[in-house]
Design a protein around this ligand. Sequence first.
Ligand SMILES: *Cc1c(COP(=O)(O)O)cnc(C)c1O
Length: 360
Amino acid sequence: MSRVFNFSAGPAVLPEPVLEQAAREMLDWHGSGMSVMEMSHRGKEFISIHADAESDLRELLAIPANYKVLFLQGGAAAQFAMIPLNLLRGKTSADYVNTGQWSKKAIGDAKKYCKVNVAASSEASSYTCVPKQSEWKLHPDAAYVHVTTNETIGGVEFHWTPDTGSVPLVADASSHILSRPIDVARYGLIYAGAQKNIGPAGLTIVIVRDDLIGEAAATTPSVFDYKIQADNDSMYNTPPTYGIYVAGLVFQWLKKLGGLKKMEEINIAKSSLVYDYLDQSEFYRSPVAKEDRSRMNIPFTLKSDSLDSAFLKEAEARGLTQLKGHRSVGGMRASVYNAMPMEGVQALVEFMREFEKKHG
Ligand SMILES: *Cc1c(COP(=O)(O)O)cnc(C)c1O
């Protein structure tokens, strides 16, 4: 067996010990004689898997007791509609900060349900920074303020928490959740698709303050109503059981590693290795403002895009895969999520150095 260093933006690399454990438990989970995939979601075995996953996530993120944790389906993109459906609560507008392709999609869906005020945008600078809070135009009547705290495509990350006063702050944290501690109490709602930093695609996590739920629009489908899902422990319909199980293994892996403070230190070390190399090179370039660079998704360009295909081909031959940048940005993108080992990042930088020597 040989495994590559997989720099995919998502679905993405998972911790090897997690995959090994899932493989060992595939046919017979803890003496149950069943795979987790074969279990009733209402049976005692799966209920314990679900409860452990929730309590481990609560511990990792220090989620206050007045927040619900929901394990849903539909991806982060389903939340683009669920958020206005559930959180408008009779109001007619919401504020959105536009920092990239994912914010833009969230805005597009919200417009179907309410008036969207774009409180700030970095579109004019091709989404290479986070607009400073002093430039934001927030509306006190907004139902909530939506931000994308890590833009997976542009590689732009909030390294600070916006202050929205009494208006609930809503964050799409899909591609950096669990990469560092966050102060959950500063947010009304945090959501994330699992396939970047948590587990397999098909699971979406929503962390929501309990006073914000229970006033969904009358047209909200039941499976998309936070209150109905919360009252049913995310089991109003069949939850993504196997995804919850693997996410639970990832939470245990993170706890064993030393929690999110430790994970953050490792992520700073890994991403700095790449950024420091990019910054001293005249051959490679990072398009993102230094203070807003993502620790998870690192886009970069080569001196000439005519070298892109040679770079990708030679990288692939070394087992460094999925480095092609998003078509809207071009160049390369190295996604270095929690599960990417330091050795993978070192191998990437070593390859970049050699490629530069050869073609620079
Ligand atoms: C990947 C991603 C999404 C979309 O997730 P789906 O699971 O495909 O719906 C939304 N927001 C961000 C920030 C993402 O990285």
